[in-house]
Each structure stands twice: as structure tokens, then as C-alpha cells.
Design a protein around this ligand. Structure first.
Ligand code: 5GP
Ligand code: MN
Length: 319
């Protein structure tokens, strides 16, 4: 796919990513936004996302992100990044009513794409790596490089997860050659946590329970606890990966209450369990080693339902 070719003649171009945007979602959207602004000065270009966390304040033009979604007029081209159509939240109608719908994603649960032009590669580390590929060397500058590097670093757990490939590292090497302060960028957006985030992480670890011969671990944060700490979804990122790091754990489950008998579920696996398959079964999606969904019922029901699938895979050896 050639980005500029796809946007030729378009007067209004929109970009969005999934709800509760993470580093890759924000990095890929902002990287593409900065690139199109630079290359297509005549076009009206808009980027829509749920309000990015304060840590992303270091990304150029992040203040341009529209989180009010007041737009009424249709777009000529609309990009859905790092997402399927039904996870775009309030931007979903913009995407669906656009003349041309372009989907760029790396989720295996979205292998066919949801646009009329699709660039989906489930082998890619991140959507930011895909945007890097599409922009190519000639189109980069320091600010675009910074946004894309951040996205790649976040989705690879700082180049640690198995989705990291030689191509990912070559992309990262090229991106840091643009001279931004990558150590600081990663410290500020990935490692640094507020006191509140650390407290709630501690609480989640303290209350976690291992089961299935200690091959699984689960932790649940209910509404009351979240309210006590004043914690929102953005304060809970990273908890599930800490649970997954426990020695001997094959599969980690983290739940937090989003409504009456409704839980957001995060799943991570070390080697054996295909959590994308489980999340997809329950209406969500993601990657083989990291996936999520929303489930209803009591926390007990949710854990029991998930456990059945995990156990089947662990004992059946299916991956
Ligand atoms: P997390 O557990 O960090 O929320 O998400 C892990 C991965 O699964 C991410 O790539 C995320 O985009 C994906 N994911 C999480 N929740 C959902 C969901 O409800 N639906 C879909 N399709 N993907 C999800
Ligand atoms: Mn991603």
C-alpha cells in the first residue's frame, strides 16, 4: 500500500485507533498524522482518540487529538489503526461512513482487516512498525520517528516479547538515528509509574491467587477498590504483565470491574496458551500471547469460564 497514493485527491482525512488507547495505538496514529500533515498540507487531517494519558504529552502535536468527537461531516479517507471497526468507539461511524476505509493493524484476531483497503500483518510487532514500513525512509523526521519508536517499544515490552523480530530491531535502529532522547522517552512513557499506580499494582499482586498447579494466576480489582485508590483504566496497565512474570506461571488473568457484573479481562501467556483464541471466543481479541475481552457475570463466573479454556489448552497441548 502506498499511503500518499491512497490519499490522492482526498480533502478530508481522518485517523483513529482503539478505545483505551495504549502506546502503540497513540504512536501509530500520531506518526501517521504527523506524516500526512507534512506531506498533504492542502488536506484537512484530523485525529480522534479517547483522551491520551498525560505521559504521552511528549509526543508532538498530541494536543491536536480530538476526544470530543463532535464531527458531523463525512471523511474522504478514514484510517483505523491498531483496531477493528467495533473498537473505534465514537470514531466508528466516521470510519464506516468514509468514502475509503483503510485498516492498518497487527492483531491476529483481525487477520482479514475491516477496511476496503487493508494492511494487516499479524507477524508485525506493532502497528507503529507497520506505519514505519509504509512511510519509508524518505518520509520520516525526528517527531514522526519518536512517535513510532514509542509505539514499537511499548508493544514489544521494550524489545523483549517474542513479537520482536530482526525487522523490528532494524526499524528501531533506524528510528533512533533521528536523534530524539529515546532513553527518556521510554522512561517517561513506559517505566515510570505514579505512586498510585504502584500502590494499586501492589494491591493486585498481594491479592492474586495461583491455581491449576500454580500454572495460572488471577487477580481481580473491584469497583470499590478502584474507587478507594481513585484509579482509572490507565492506572492499571502493566499489572497483568507483572502477574505473568511470576516464575512457573503459564497464563495470567487480570480483571477489573467496569460495571455491574461486567469485567474487563486481560490475558497474558508465557509459551503454551493461545490467549487470542480464548479472548476471541468471548468476543474480544488480541495476540497469541496478549489479548483481552469484556465479560459479564460475577468475577467467579468469569474466572471459571476462562479457566475451562486455559485448562483445555494446557492439558490438550493445543497452542
Ligand atoms: P490489554 O490486555 O493490554 O488490554 O490488551 C491486550 C491486547 O489485546 C491488545 O493488543 C489489545 O488491543 C487487545 N484487546 C484487549 N481487549 C480487547 C477487546 O475487547 N477486543 C479486541 N478485539 N481486542 C482486545
Ligand atoms: Mn498494537
Amino acid at each position: 500500500m502506498n499511503l500518499l497514493e491512497e490519499c490522492r485527491g482526498a480533502g478530508r482525512i481522518g485517523i483513529s485507533g482503539h478505545i483505551r488507547p495504549d502506546g502503540d495505538c497513540i504512536g501509530s496514529c500520531m506518526g501517521l498524522y504527523l506524516y500526512l500533515k507534512k506531506e498533504l498540507p492542502e488536506a484537512e487531517i484530523r485525529v480522534f482518540l479517547e483522551k491520551p494519558a498525560d505521559i504521552y504529552g511528549c509526543i508532538s502535536r498530541i494536543e491536536d487529538v480530538d476526544s470530543a468527537y463532535g464531527e458531523q461531516k463525512n471523511f474522504d479517507v478514514f484510517f483505523a489503526l491498531d483496531s477493528v471497526a467495533d473498537r473505534l468507539g465514537k470514531a466508528q461511524p466516521y470510519f464506516e461512513n468514509a468514502k475509503k476505509r483503510i485498516n492498518i493493524d497487527h492483531h491476529i484476531s483481525n487477520a482479514n482487516g475491516c477496511g476496503n483497503v487493508n494492511y494487516v500483518d499479524p507477524q508485525a510487532s506493532s502497528t507503529s512498525e507497520l506505519v514505519y514500513r509504509l512511510i519509508g525512509n524518505d518520509g520520516l523526521d525526528q517527531e514522526i520517528a519518536k512517535a513510532l519508536y514509542m509505539g514499537i517499544a511499548h508493544d514489544t515490552g521494550c524489545f523483549q516479547y517474542s513479537c520482536t523480530t530482526p525487522e523490528t530491531l532494524r526499524a528501531a535502529a533506524d528510528l533512533i538515528s533521528y536523534g530524539f532522547d529515546f532513553s527518556r522517552l521510554i522512561e517517561e512513557t513506559f517505566f515510570e509509574k505514579t505512586y498510585l499506580q504502584m500502590q494499586i499494582l501492589g494491591r493486585a499482586l498481594l491479592e492474586s491467587i495461583r491455581f491449576m498447579d500454580d500454572r495460572c494466576v488471577v487477580s481481580v480489582l473491584n469497583r470499590k477498590t478502584l474507587d478507594f485508590y481513585g484509579a482509572g483504566p490507565q492506572d492499571l496497565e502493566g499489572i497483568v504483565s507483572q502477574l505473568r512474570s511470576i516464575k512457573g506461571v503459564e497464563c495470567a488473568i487480570f480483571l477489573y470491574e467496569t460495571g455491574a457484573q461486567e469485567y474487563k479481562v486481560s490475558l497474558r501467556s508465557s509459551e503454551k496458551v493461545n490467549v487470542a483464541a480464548i479472548a476471541s471466543y468471548f468476543g474480544g481479541g488480541g495476540h497469541v500471547r496478549a489479548a483481552g475481552c469484556t465479560m459479564t457475570g460475577t468475577a467467579h463466573d468469569v474466572i471459571n469460564n476462562l479457566s475451562l479454556h486455559i485448562e483445555r489448552q494446557l492439558d490438550g497441548g493445543e497452542a
